[in-house]
Design a protein around this ligand. Structure first.
Ligand code: ADP
Ligand code: TRP
Length: 334
């Protein structure tokens, strides 16, 4: 088993990133058996699909490395690195560009959503984004790729690319990976203002999300103001299906406390959100406050962060470079 996942280093992390991605990585790290390898990386080459000021791009890299370590990724147990420090990602992407089909990429929902009506002015990097992602995964022969719902299609594309490459070049080089989408609520945290939209850094309203850097009072206030309905809470989680805001908050409580939704509801059945919200705020503060404190300490030690990423990149290169070499050989470039 080899676990791999990446995240774009984009400024502030929110509760969706934390519950949907990072804390799941941490759990996989805790549950890994000896000999199982885990690789987690900052997808900083992927950030080229958008225009970002160079100084911001550089700052985001350290900021995200600090956030991952603060959240529990242990550089001694997991290989933590930045994609751009391992040139093999970009090289393998180019080799895989010969295998991926325009039609496959044209069907990607993320491409369609992000390019919108302005396809002609979208960057080539945005279109090719899923091929670079396939390179990230195939370079390390990863077997398990923990991602949110929204990334499942990219993992399926990676499988198609691996199968076609192996077929076309009569090789068994690439391992066909499995997506590893979390069950239940953690896979999709919704906006606090609209239960039908996912919590996202691109939502213009800061009240829609809880950021890793929010202080305790801000967290409590955002939960107090979160949109809800006037009904009391039921005993059966299935009855929340038509109440997206209530479902989201109950899901958050369950994830933050580690209890099941049924256990959460057993405690609050028949009560309204006046009783539920303060308890949820406390649970989220208990989850986030220690991470925020560690992040504040770590982010100032830029030398240590750079050292840590350099060590991670060296370990990643040692695994990836032989695979890249074999890929060059498979296509007849060696
Ligand atoms: P955003 O939507 O805020 O731009 P990204 O697209 O950068 O977030 O996502 C980074 C990671 O966090 C991805 O693995 C994604 O699946 C996860 N993620 C983002 N938003 C959510 C959410 N609302 N619920 C669960 N996971 C999420
Ligand atoms: N596209 C992913 C996201 O937006 C990040 C990512 C890049 C990734 N490369 C990856 C995730 C490889 C898993 C495996 O969240």
């Amino acid at each position: 088993m080899r676990v791999l996942s990446g995240i774009q280093p984009t400024g502030d992390l929110h509760l969706g990133n934390l519950l949907g991605a990072i804390l799941r990585w941490v759990r996989m790290q805790e549950e890994a058996k000896p000999g199982e390898e885990l690789l987690f990386f900052l997808a900083d080459l992927h950030s080229l699909s958008d225009h970002i000021e160079p100084a911001r791009r550089l700052a985001n890299r350290r900021e995200m490395a600090a956030a991952l370590v603060a959240s529990g990724i242990d550089p001694a147990r997991s290989i933590l690195f930045a994609q751009s420090d391992v040139p093999a990602h970009a090289e393998l992407c180019w080799l895989l560009n010969g295998t991926a089909r325009m039609g496959w990429l044209n069907r990607m929902t993320q491409w369609k959503d992000k390019a919108g009506k302005n396809r002609e002015s979208a960057s080539v990097a945005l279109f090719d984004y899923p091929v670079l992602q396939a390179a990230d995964i195939l370079l390390y022969q990863a077997t398990h790729v923990p991602v949110g719902e929204d990334q499942k299609q990219h993992i399926e594309l990676t499988r198609d690319i691996a199968i076609k490459f192996n077929n076309d070049y009569d090789t068994e080089l690439f391992v066909v990976p499995e997506p590893f989408v979390g069950a239940g609520t953690a896979a999709r945290v919704m906006s606090l203002r609209d239960g039908s939209a996912k919590m996202s850094k691109s939502d213009p309203s800061d009240m829609s999300r809880i950021n890793l850097t929010d202080d305790d009072e801000t967290i409590a206030q955002k939960i107090r103001k979160a949109r809800t309905d006037p009904e009391p809470l039921p005993a059966d989680p299935a009855l929340l299906a038509t109440r997206p805001e209530a479902k989201n908050l109950v899901g958050l409580m369950a994830t933050a406390t580690g209890d099941s939704e049924t256990a959460v509801l057993a405690h609050f059945e028949g009560q309204g959100f006046g009783a539920f919200k303060p308890a949820l705020a406390d649970a989220l503060i208990a989850l986030i406050a220690p991470l925020r404190t560690r992040l504040t300490e770590l982010r100032t030690d830029t030398g240590e962060l750079d050292r840590l990423l350099a060590t991670g990149a060296a370990r990643a290169r040692a695994i990836g470079e032989p695979v890249l070499e074999q890929a060059y050989r498979a296509v007849g470039l060696r």
